[in-house]
Design a protein around this ligand. Structure first.
Ligand code: AMP
Length: 289
């Protein structure tokens, strides 16, 4: 696996690769969720590039930029074993050189859910991903459904700004007890780790109600809240049901369009997010710019 840190080295490598490049952008502290994206990229492309960059522009002033886990040696070993061809490892100044002033402003998809509580977050995500797309020039780019809002914000960006690539959304990879894998799970104490699956169980209770015919957003949200309350350690930040594509208010009662039921909740000082899709959202999982 080649490791490059500068724009010039990356451009030189890219010239030799030709078409069929799959790309997985990450912030590191890699787990099996990331590795599933890399595996999908390997299956569908001749070459695979991964970036590790803890992007300062997507963190709020009181968020965990400084303490975000940085585990390069372990990440490198996992990437070597995964068959990744190139690791792009830029410094902040490589991505944002002095004088950097241009940002990508996302639309309404970024306003609800996490966007209400993390102002500027998706602007930072769009800006760094646009920049990474220009530098890496992938044919296919892979993102996780765990961050559904991020995937839909980026889907809109790829369509609106005509990025010449296909954005692919991969299903959420979970621990055996249902907890969505996340680099932030490592902040959980052993007791919090035992409590953490309650978030996914609460969403699963609403999936059961949906499968039994419940179509009222308020009832589905209430099912999540009630189930989550059985684990009092959780402090919910939001539980919302949204149109899966636009993230606007859904039809009431839910109709043909798929919806996403999403929640963010704190366990101690750790903020966890998770979501489930209701209805057939298949067409949103692959988007050509
Ligand atoms: P991160 O390093 O957290 O920025 O994540 C990098 C990519 O991996 C993003 O597209 C995430 O949505 C995706 N990802 C993170 N956790 C999971 C998971 N449990 N299952 C699937 N994809 C994931």
């Amino acid at each position: 696996m080649r490791i490059v840190r500068t724009r010039t080295e990356l451009a030189d490598w890219r010239l030799g690769v030709g078409d069929s490049l799959g790309f997985v952008p990450t912030m590191g502290h890699l787990h099996d969720g990331h590795l599933a994206l890399i595996q999908a990229a390997r299956a569908e492309n001749r070459h695979v590039a991964v970036s590790i960059f803890v992007n300062p522009t997507q963190f709020g002033a009181n968020e965990d930029l400084a303490s975000y886990p940085r585990t390069l040696a372990a990440d490198r070993a996992k990437l070597e074993a995964s068959g990744c061809d190139l690791l792009f490892l830029p410094e902040p100044a490589t991505m944002y050189p002095p004088g950097f002033a241009t940002f990508v402003e996302p639309g309404a998809e970024a306003a609800s859910l996490c966007g209400q509580f993390r102002p500027g977050h998706f602007r930072g995500v769009c800006t760094v991903v646009a920049l990474l797309f220009h530098l890496v020039r992938p044919d296919h780019a892979y993102f996780g459904a765990k961050d559904w809002q991020q995937a839909m914000v980026l889907r809109r960006m790829v369509l609106d700004l005509a990025f010449p690539l296909t954005l692919i959304v991969h299903p959420t990879v979970r621990e055996a007890d249902g907890l969505a894998m996340s680099s932030r799970n490592h902040y959980l104490s052993p007791e919090e780790r035992r409590q953490a699956p309650a978030l996914q169980q609460a969403l699963a209770a609403a999936v059961t109600a949906y499968a039994a015919g419940e179509r009222h957003p308020a009832a589905l949200i209430e099912t999540v809240r009630r189930t989550l309350a059985t684990e009092p350690a959780f402090r919910p930040q939001y539980v919302e049901l949204r149109d899966a594509e636009t993230l606007a208010a859904p039809d009431n009662p839910l109709g043909e369009r798929p919806a996403v039921l999403a929640a963010a909740a704190y366990l101690g000082s750790t903020r966890l997010i998770d979501n489930v899709l209701l209805g057939d959202a298949h067409h949103l999982l692959q988007t050509r710019g």
